[in-house]
Design a binder for this molecule. Structure first.
Ligand SMILES: [Zn+2]
Ligand SMILES: [Zn+2]
Length: 333
């Protein structure tokens, strides 16, 4: 599925099979989860995608000609030599290339990826289940790390990332307070089912002070809201790649050594750590599957907040092969 220009729907296209360069793998895509970042790219809020572009950066694929399954994340290539790469901050590499943005991604039957940035995937996860771990999971995990050992954690926006991170946070012995769009009682119920001890609208105050909060929703107005909810020296982490403007707020909300910070991209170490941790939790993803050709529909569902958990695309060929195996997958909500 191809993006010709921002603001236009993706279009089905017959492309030649991509050719791997040296150090790259040719991949047959088995599943690719849809991220909020894909929405920002399609809507033109991230302004410099390669065009035309095959989006998609949570790719589960077989290496063509080998018996090996790999995962391809958002970080697709770094130069390995800039000041950030040398300082173990490859997520901030000046020349980084991102999958499904600077490089063609996984909304396709075939893809290529630099082998150094591909992850081995934990066994025991079906292709559809494991795909959301590759961005929603591991960038969420990087955000969670930035909250330190905060015991009372707020999650603003209970979508694909939060539904994974709530499980990791509980596994670490934290207490979780979930905030959804005001009035989204279904989303609040979903959060409580996954173990949040309290769930409410983002217009509500939590029943007690929080030690940290992660904002997954792309809504700048949630920054002062979350600051109001955290204790002195508490941290508010903005986990999305794009956010609407943050409104002015009184300095008093930041006072008391409160911290606001963003999370950008991922390092390979984040991925390795998180993919080792996920089966130990064990993280279970709730997915809603779409055929590859239904990419626009999947994106629209995500935009309207109608997917509880993750939307995952699957090429039709693979979908048919897998039909017999789908019994053990979570049902569509
Ligand atoms: Zn993503
Ligand atoms: Zn670099």
């Amino acid at each position: 599925m191809l993006l010709d220009a921002p603001g236009k729907p993706l279009r089905p296209a017959e492309l030649p099979e991509p050719e791997p360069s040296s150090g790259e793998l040719l991949l047959r895509v088995r599943a690719c989860a849809v991220c909020r970042t894909d929405l920002h790219i399609v809507d033109g809020e991230l302004t410099r995608p390669k065009l035309p572009l095959v989006p998609g950066h949570m790719i589960v694929a077989d290496v063509v000609g080998e018996e090996r399954r790999v995962g391809v994340p958002w970080l697709g290539w770094t130069d390995g030599e800039c000041a950030y790469c040398v300082a173990d901050l490859e997520n901030l590499c000046d020349r980084a290339q991102f999958t499904g943005y600077d490089r063609d991604g996984g909304f396709a039957e075939y893809a290529v990826a630099d082998e150094r940035f591909c992850f081995a995937l934990p066994e025991g996860y079906a292709d559809l289940e494991v795909a959301p771990l590759l961005c929603s999971g591991l960038i969420g995990y990087r955000a969670l790390r930035f909250t330190g050992d905060a015991p009372r954690l707020g999650l603003y926006g209970f979508g694909a990332s939060a539904h994974i991170i709530v499980q990791v946070a509980l596994h670490q012995g934290r207490r979780v307070f979930a905030f959804t769009r005001p009035g989204d009682t279904e989303g609040q119920e979903f959060a409580r089912e996954l173990g949040a001890e309290w769930a409410g609208g983002s217009d509500q105050s939590p029943p007690e002070e929080l030690d940290a909060a992660i904002i997954f929703a792309p809504v700048g107005a949630l920054v002062p809201t979350a600051l109001r909810a955290v204790r002195k020296a508490g941290t508010v982490v903005c986990a999305g790649i794009h956010m609407s403007d943050i409104p002015a707020f009184p300095y008093e909300l930041l006072w008391g050594e409160r911290v606001v910070r963003s999370v950008a991209n991922l390092t390979r170490r984040d991925g390795e750590e998180f993919l080792a941790l996920a089966p130990r939790v064990p993280v279970r993803t709730q997915i809603r599957s779409f055929a590859l050709e239904e990419a626009n529909e999947a994106i629209d569902h995500l935009r309207r907040g109608e997917v509880h958990g993750s939307a995952v695309l699957q090429p039709t060929v693979v979908e048919q092969l897998d039909r017999d195996l789908r019994m053990h997958l979570p049902p569509d909500p």
